[in-house]
Design a protein. Structure first.
Lengths: 454, 382
């Protein structure tokens, strides 16, 4: 029985004889209620005590976390300041770099336009504005490639060139673009970036468009070409008269001239006039080729026969210098090329003539072969003195000779136009010429090729 | 509606509280009884003899409600003869909690929706995940049909629970009763009266209705610490500290109470009567007499609100065993509190359960599994 109840019974109901029937069961029920009530209270107190301790622990953890968080916040604040300082510094560096770059771009004498990935202009320097137009009303930031294209009134397909650049990741050129009475040279170059952090490689982020006004240069070139053409033509007429007359003198009146010095002088005048005519012819050919005034015929040419013919022509010259001149017979049949016979002859004469000029002993060999079923290649190999390395790069340019410049003259007279003319003519016939090899004291091989199908 | 109410004890035999003259055979007999009596088939033949053409449903309990009395070793019987209302009863077997939802779905599929007013479910209390069962039943019933009921009990033993529909009670049974008819009014109410206390914890490890860890620590260890000497009485003593789960409901956060069904010392796990989703905040709960009794009274008030009429003819009380374990000698006070609100003429029957099923509010239809509540379903026929 519950102690409290037991005590209360002793105190108030000491006399057991007065208790009614069923009293004990009743008291036991009350006792159970007392006991259960105590148990419940104990359980609740216990649970509240544990719970209170748990809450205390959690509170302490929370405080510790809060202190940790405050500490972390301080660190973060400090880091934030550092980062901000760095950002300020980097921004300043970036601004300086941008200013330098912008100044450089602005100071360029050539026009420069930079676009982004969506073909919008991000930079256009003053030179570009000057080339394109004078009055700037459209904000550059909003200008697109299509709007720039519109300046050319449909005469320039810039969009397709930009697409080509960005897709192929390659540069491309527009050599002579007419615009508003000007001639422009336009180059497009993709801006390629690599961001290895993001796994991006060779990503195109825009295009640089460079525009150069080449009107003046072109005008000068044309004037010069015209000058050469006119001057050469005008020189040729009196020279022909000089050569004709000296030839007549040599042929019919030489026996009337008794003075040996006078005879020699007349011979000199004759030879000089021939050489001068040859030079003028070279100038005229060059001028015509450059002005595109020469039309190339399309004839089927048996190169073996043509080479044999030229060799035969020059055989006597070779024998005079005790130099052999021969064709290395091809092992297989060579297909005919499609080209202008006279022009090919000129090329062969130039190459074989040069070889004879620069060879003092040994021989000259011409070989012919067919390559890839598309071309016939001809090689002229001599055992001459060879071409110095420093001169090899300039061989196919105007007024350049294998030995030295035209102005300084050397023992082999020439204009320095022969190889330049050969190159121009071969290119006009879809062919190509190149120096295959050359070694000082050993010899030189020049080669050219022409297409089998024109 | 005519109702006959009887009570059987081995000491006193059958006693009749109200003996009505049936104009027609009762359609439904509900018998809530001590698991041992049902297991032994005590008075089975007698009852079948009395109501040979009636559906008789036997349910084991954790305490039988007979008017305002609670008994642990009795049979509490009501025989109901509706005027015009009809009932359809379906049943199914269940062998594991994993089947709960599918069995619920199957049961509700078997009920005809047309004319259905209300459904009551009586389920095995040990082999069922109550949350999944409710979800399954609700999935096939019209949205405006309310469902109430409970998980039957086995005293404080948590060993086996029994249900028998027109046959001797057995384990692993679920029965769903459909009430049809326009003259029937059904009210329902459910309230607890428990208060959360202590720190909020997070369910960090669980599977369905099995709880392993709270805040990363074994949940069973926490319960043992709180129970002290009473830990020896697990799982029933665990009912003294149900868990309040804070879940996202239609109207913001809602509190759902979960009560313990069993513990597994090997797995250090605790099986609750409904789902214990991981990541859900949970708090221990405690009770005091006044709050529990107040809860029962408010549940009775809720039934009146929903019913639209006062003084219903029949009230089926399904109250949680957890309440009985706390209230002990004062358990009947919560029945008296209910009586005070329903009025003297209402026939009160019911049982102490392992889980209650009811909508959360009187006007709502969406039902949920509750624990630790007094859940009341009232019936009135015009």
């Amino acid at each position: 029985m519950h102690r409290t109840l037991e005590r209360q019974i002793k105190k108030y109901l000491a006399d057991q004889s007065t208790r009614p029937e069923g009293w004990d069961s009743f008291l036991q029920a009350i006792s159970d209620t007392y006991i259960h009530s105590d148990e419940d209270r104990a359980l609740i107190e216990r649970s509240l005590e544990i719970s209170s301790q748990e809450l205390t622990d959690k509170y302490q953890n929370l405080r510790a976390s809060l202190e940790g968080a405050e500490e972390l916040e301080k660190k973060l604040q400090s880091e934030k300041l550092n980062v901000e300082e760095k950002i300020t510094e980097r921004t300043m560096q970036f601004n300086n770099e941008t200013a330098r770059l912008q100044a450089s771009i602005n100071s360029l004498p050539i026009g420069l336009i930079m676009t982004d990935m969506s073909n919008q202009v991000v930079t256009m320097n003053p030179a570009a504005k000057k080339i394109l137009y004078t009055d700037i009303k459209t904000p550059i930031d909003n200008m697109s490639i299509a709007q720039i294209e519109a300046f050319f009134s449909g005469g320039l397909d810039l969009t397709s060139k930009v697409t080509f650049c960005t897709e192929r990741k390659e540069s491309c050129d527009i050599n002579e673009q007419s615009y508003n009475g000007k001639i422009l040279h336009i180059s497009l170059t993709p801006i390629i970036t690599t961001n290895s952090d993001k796994g991006i490689e060779n990503d195109v982020i825009g295009v640089i468009i460079v525009m150069q006004d080449i009107t003046e240069q072109k005008t000068i070139d044309r004037s010069k070409d015209e000058f050469f053409s006119i001057a050469s033509h005008e020189l040729r007429t009196p020279l022909t008269a000089i050569r004709g007359n000296t030839s007549l003198i040599q042929q019919y009146f030489m026996d009337k001239i008794q003075d040996a010095d006078l005879k020699e002088m007349i011979n000199d005048i004759h030879e000089s006039s021939i050489r001068l005519l040859s030079i003028v012819d070279d100038f005229l050919n060059t001028s015509r080729l450059e002005m595109g005034k020469i039309q190339f015929k399309k004839e089927s040419i048996d190169m073996v026969e043509l080479v044999k013919y030229i060799i035969k022509e020059y055989m006597a010259t070779g024998l005079m210098k005790s130099i052999t001149l021969q064709l290395q017979e091809p092992l297989e049949k060579i297909s005919p090329v499609i080209a202008d016979t006279d022009r090919v002859k000129q090329v062969l004469i130039n190459l074989i003539g040069n070889a004879l000029k620069f060879t003092e002993a040994g021989g000259i060999t011409v070989s012919i072969e067919e390559t890839q079923g598309m071309f016939v290649e001809v090689r002229v190999t001599d055992t001459g003195k060879g071409i110095p390395l420093e001169n090899q790069q300039l061989l196919f340019h105007k007024f350049q000779q294998a030995g030295s410049s035209l102005l300084t003259r050397d023992d082999v007279h020439g204009t320095g136009l022969g190889l330049y003319i050969s190159k121009m003519m071969l290119e006009g016939m879809q062919g190509k010429i190149w120096l295959e090899s050359s070694q000082i004291g050993i010899g030189t091989t020049f080669a050219f090729r022409l297409p089998i199908k024109g | 509606m005519v109702i006959e109410q009887k009570k059987y004890t081995q000491k006193n035999g059958w006693e009749t509280l109200s003996k009505e003259t049936f104009k027609r055979q009762p359609q439904l007999v509900l018998i809530f009884g001590a698991r041992e009596l049902l297991d032994q088939g005590v008075e089975y033949d007698t009852v079948v003899g009395w109501y040979p053409q009636t559906h008789i449903l036997w349910c084991s309990t954790a305490g039988e409600v007979y008017d305002t009395q609670v008994s642990d070793d009795s049979l509490s019987l009501v025989a109901i003869s509706f005027e015009t209302t009809t009932v359809k009863i379906v049943e199914s077997d269940i062998s594991s909690p994993d089947e709960s939802e599918s069995v619920g779905r199957k049961l509700s599929e078997s009920l005809t929706s047309k004319g259905l007013i209300h459904a009551m479910v009586f389920s095995d209390g040990m082999r069922v995940n109550g949350t999944a069962l409710v979800k399954g039943i609700a999935s096939n019933l019209p949205i405006d049909i309310s469902i109430t009921g409970g998980l039957v009990g086995d005293g404080p033993n948590f060993k086996k629970t029994l249900i028998g529909l027109n046959q001797k009670p057995a384990e692993g049974k679920i029965v769903l009763i459909g009430f049809y008819g326009e003259t029937l009014h059904v009210g329902y109410g459910s309230l607890g009266g428990w208060d959360p206390f202590g720190p909020e914890r997070i369910i960090t490890k669980s599977k369905d209705n099995v709880l392993y860890e709270l805040d990363g620590l074994p949940a069973l260890k926490l319960y043992k610490e709180y129970l002290g000497d009473q830990a020896a009485g697990l799982p029933s003593s665990g009912l003294l500290f149900p868990l309040a789960l804070r879940v996202q409901g239609n109207n913001g956060d809602e509190e759902i109470v979960r009560t313990l069904l069993s513990v597994d010392e090997t797995a250090q796990s605790m099986t609750f009567a409904g789902d214990m989703p991981e990541g859900t905040p949970a708090k221990l709960m405690k009770a005091n007499f006044e709050r529990l009794i107040d809860g029962a009274e408010k549940a009775a008030e809720m039934t009146n609100t929903g019913l639209g009429v006062k003084n219903p003819q029949l009230a089926i009380l399904i109250s949680c065993i957890g309440r009985k374990l706390v209230l002990k000698e004062r358990t009947e006070e919560e029945l008296e509190a209910v009586r005070s609100k329903l009025g003297p003429s209402t026939v009160m029957t019911g049982f102490y359960s392992y889980g209650e099923i009811c909508p959360t509010a009187a006007k709502e239809k969406q039902c949920q599994l509750h624990n630790q509540t007094m859940t009341i379903t009232t019936f009135s026929e015009e």
